[in-house]
Ligand binder design. Sequence first.
Ligand code: GLY
Length: 392
Amino acid sequence: MKKITLLFILILFKVTSGRAQNKPLIDVEKQFSIAAKQYEGMLATHKDLTQFPQSTKKNGEADNRTSDWWCSGFFGGSLWYLYEYTGAEKWKTAADRWTRALDKEKYNTRTHDLGFMLYCSYGNGYRITQNNEYIEPMVTGANSLSTRFDPAYGLIKSWDKHADCEYPVIIDNMMNLEFLCWAAKQTKDKKLRDIAIKHADNTLKHHFRKDYSSFHVVCYLPGTKVFRKKTHQGAADSSAWARGQAWAMYGYALMYRETKDKKYLKQAEGIASFIINHPNMPEDKVPYWDFNAPNIPNEERDASAAAVFASAFLEMSTFSKKNQKLYFKTAEDMLVSLSSPVYTAKIGENNNFILKHSVGHKPGNSEIDTPLVYADYYYLEALLRYKKLTVQ
Ligand code: GLY
């Protein structure tokens, strides 16, 4: 009897605490059990720790990449999420192996993607296990990333070379700032946090249009005097590439979390409003690969963008009283769609990825309507966030 009363009080507390929502529409347990079966298959087909799952090739075979590819941290990261959800030791062992397989990338100064690579893997590993052995690769990696920051520009350079671009910065780079903020806290090296803030501030100044949509690439001259704004993976220089908008919203939400600077929250909310109210947002809230793709509605959806948006919206729902319900509901709608058979693959299919229907780089004729390892990663992250905000 006592136990039942206690359980009742606990549920009542969760429901009335302001954070929790009634009647969750997504069965997180069921979705994690599908994910576990798919990733058991993934582990069985990936024994070589130099071949990281990425997607599906045009001929239907599994597509893998080496550790220097920007997506190499997502597989380990998803394994950590599986461990976090289930507590099963086998996921911890696998996550640890695929995380340590990235070790040499901590010296990689040729990419701005070290946050994706090292923080999604080692970062989650450290957050969940507190294993001190994960600290050094991240601190070394964060210092490698900081070498790409040139004070004359006040930005982290994204790519070494990009056509006629002298100093290209892509919106995706906002996602690497969380890693720098963590390393600054860990090492008490304020410089790393200052770099993150400077980068976020200059991106806020130059990367956005009046309606809060974002360009993909901005080419800079010294002193952050912008000279060209263009796209790489979007439909046009003037278009709103879906995943770019998702990186931007997630990036400013996390910068608000790290700094409590209201201008970052305002930016994330502006982007939220742009995409929620966009006339080309489909009913199921899984965006087309570009909000301005030329042949909408006959264009591919990008499940990866929906997964990133959903995760960010759930975090943002905890920041803002005014928009709490709207953000939670938008994320929930996205997750309901992603969790349906339209986007969630049948067990044993889809080369063992969880989600179908993402777009990597349509103008480059690459990864069009395929699974993508980072769609799975942000989907699992969003499910975990959803679980924390609901009574499951
Ligand atoms: N460049 C990272 C992405 O495709 O989103």
